[in-house]
Design a protein around this ligand. Structure first.
Ligand code: CIR
Length: 255
């Protein structure tokens, strides 16, 4: 299915205070993060997408990781309630942008928690990672919203990584990229799987749309395996987002 738009959110001056599991070896360089974000937005535009860049809100250092705020499929946007309490205020401008696009808006209430990075929407199913950020009540909320629309919703236990999509991401047309050995294989049944070797785990998160794929710089095996499928690969530096446990899908919501 053709992707026509993307919502992104600018990198704020407060980005160095973003959540991260470990203190990075060097602090986040905001101008460099902005240059990397601009390269990402520019690439999305060359894929034929209308890209909206929402302004940063300095109260929310993680706001550029806009993927976590909503799950979009079949004309519906489920606005999430992050498992990270400091991120729960990020949703209002994203919700408004999604409503302007004519999507039906659904919401998430306590005790459910969902991070969009735990949700992988494919043509026939949505995989939902059960993590420290997304709980069983969150999975039940995804089921309640999307199963009536004909999508299968499958819970996937996730260990070792922050979000489901740290270990897998859609490539389009029934293909997925999957870190070797990181997740159970049953939820991926019927899909063409391209594997990522363990030493390139970070590269398992790519952003795909309309036959194009953005891959993080520095992961040659993954890049070659994706190129071998015939998809057009664009390589982008993501060093500053990696310092805050982010990568490529997390920087946009697509529809
Ligand atoms: C966080 O811990 O929430 C952010 N620092 C990183 C979120 C990355 N999001 C994503 O991969 N979907």
């Amino acid at each position: 299915m053709k992707t026509t738009w993307a919502i992104t959110r600018a990198v704020g001056d407060s980005f160095p205070r973003a959540l991260s599991a470990e203190v990075p070896a060097s602090p986040i360089d905001v101008p460099r993060a902005r240059a990397q974000h601009t390269a990402y937005v520019t690439a999305l535009r060359t894929f034929g997408l209308a890209v909206e860049v929402l302004p940063a809100d300095e109260d929310y250092p993680d706001g550029c990781f806009v993927e976590d705020t909503a799950l979009v499929a079949k004309g519906v946007a489920l606005v999430t309630r992050s498992g990270a309490p400091s991120r729960r205020g990020e949703t209002p401008p994203v919700r408004a942008a999604l409503a302007r696009r004519g999507l039906r808006i659904e919401t998430t209430d306590a005790p459910a928690t969902i991070d969009g990075g735990d949700c992988m929407a494919l043509d026939d199913r949505i995989l939902v990672g059960l993590t420290a950020r997304t709980n069983e009540a969150g999975l039940a909320r995804v089921r309640a919203v999307f199963e009536p629309l004909g999508l299968r919703v499958i819970g996937v236990p996730v260990r070792e990584v922050l979000h489901l999509k740290c270990a897998c991401s859609p490539l389009g047309d029934g293909r997925v990229l999957l870190a070797d050995g990181a997740l159970p294989r049953e939820p991926f049944a019927g899909l063409e799987v391209v594997t990522v070797p363990p030493e390139e785990l970070y590269a398992a998160n790519v952003l795909a749309a309309n036959g194009h794929v953005i891959v993080a710089q520095g992961y040659p095996v993954t890049r070659a395996r994706i190129e071998a499928t015939g998809l057009v690969v664009h390589v982008i530096e993501t060093t500053e987002f990696k310092k805050a446990d982010g990568s490529l899908t997390c920087l946009s919501i697509l529809g």
